[in-house]
Design a protein around this ligand. Structure first.
Ligand code: CA
Length: 251
C-alpha cells in the first residue's frame, strides 16, 4: 500500500514576467499544477479557478483518473463561462496536470503543456504528452525534442481548459513503488531546465523543499523567461492499516 511520504510545492514569477499566472494545489492525495494564459490577469483567473475547484474535492464516481478527468471538464466549464461574462477575459485558459496518489498507483488528469515526470532509479521519465504545436510535431516525427526546445512557436498550446466549451482530457494511471518521486511542473521549468539538471537535483537533494528551491533557481539561472512552478511528491510503501482497531484494557 502506497502513501505520500513527503511533498513540497512552490511557484516563482521568474525574471521576465510581472505577474505569476501559474497556480498549484498540494494537499495529499491530490496534487496539481495550472499555468494560466490570457491578457489583463485573465490567466491568473483561469489557473486559480481550477485550484479553487480542486479545493472543493474531486467529483464522485469512477476511478481516480475518471474523477480527475471529470474535475477538469467541470473546471473547463467554469472558466469558459467566466470568459463569456467578461470581454477582457475572452479566450482565457489554463493548463492542468493533476495527480491522485492511490493505494498502489498514481493517476493523472492532463490538458496542456505542463508536465508530470517520474524520477525512479536515477532516471527521469516524462509521463504526459504536451498538448502543444511543437509537442505534436515531435510525436509525428517532424521535429526533434531538441529542435522543439528552441522553436519560436514552442509556447503555442493546442489544448487548454477554458477556450472551448468542451475539452478532451488525457487521463492515465501508472503503478508506483516505494521511493518514487513525482514532479509536476509548468513549462517555465521544463522548458528551461534540461533533463540532466533535473535528474542531478532529484538525485542529490533528498529534502524536497531544497530540491524545489534548486529547480526554481536553475530555471531563473537559465533566464527565468516564464513563471516557474514545481510540485514534488515522494511515495513510500506503508503497512496495510489494521482491519480491526481494538484496545484491550488489562485489569
Ligand atoms: Ca508558462
Amino acid at each position: 500500500m502506497l502513501r505520500v511520504a513527503d511533498y513540497f510545492a512552490d511557484s516563482d514569477t521568474g525574471r521576465a514576467r510581472r505577474a505569476n499566472e501559474d497556480a498549484f494545489y498540494a494537499h495529499a492525495p491530490v496534487f496539481a499544477v495550472a499555468d494560466g494564459m490570457g491578457g489583463a490577469q485573465a490567466g491568473e483567473v483561469a489557473s486559480r479557478t481550477v485550484v479553487d475547484r480542486l479545493r472543493r474535492g474531486l467529483p464522485d464516481g469512477g476511478s481516480p483518473e475518471e474523477r480527475l478527468a471529470l474535475l477538469a471538464e467541470e473546471a473547463n466549464d467554469l472558466i469558459h463561462r467566466k470568459a463569456a461574462e467578461d470581454e477582457q477575459r475572452a479566450g482565457m485558459g489554463t493548463t492542468l496536470t493533476a495527480a491522485y496518489v492511490d493505494e498502489d498507483a498514481v493517476s493523472f488528469g492532463h490538458v496542456g503543456d505542463s508536465r508530470a515526470y517520474l524520477f525512479r532509479d536515477d532516471k527521469l521519465q516524462q509521463l504526459t504528452n504536451d498538448h502543444s504545436l511543437v509537442g505534436e510535431m515531435v510525436r509525428r516525427g517532424k521535429l526533434t525534442a531538441e529542435q522543439a526546445e528552441e522553436h519560436p512557436q514552442r509556447s503555442i498550446i493546442t489544448r487548454a481548459l477554458g477556450p472551448e466549451p468542451v475539452v478532451e482530457v488525457d487521463h492515465m494511471t501508472t503503478f508506483a513503488r516505494d521511493g518514487d518521486l513525482f514532479l509536476l511542473c509548468s513549462d517555465g521549468l521544463h522548458g528551461l531546465v534540461p533533463d540532466e539538471e533535473i535528474v542531478d537535483i532529484a538525485a542529490k537533494t533528498p529534502v524536497l523543499s531544497e530540491a524545489c528551491a534548486r529547480l526554481i533557481d536553475r530555471a531563473n539561472a537559465h533566464g527565468g523567461r516564464d513563471n516557474i512552478t514545481a510540485v514534488l511528491v515522494r511515495i513510500e510503501a506503508g503497512e496495510e492499516p489494521p482491519k480491526r482497531m481494538r484496545t484491550r484494557t488489562r485489569q
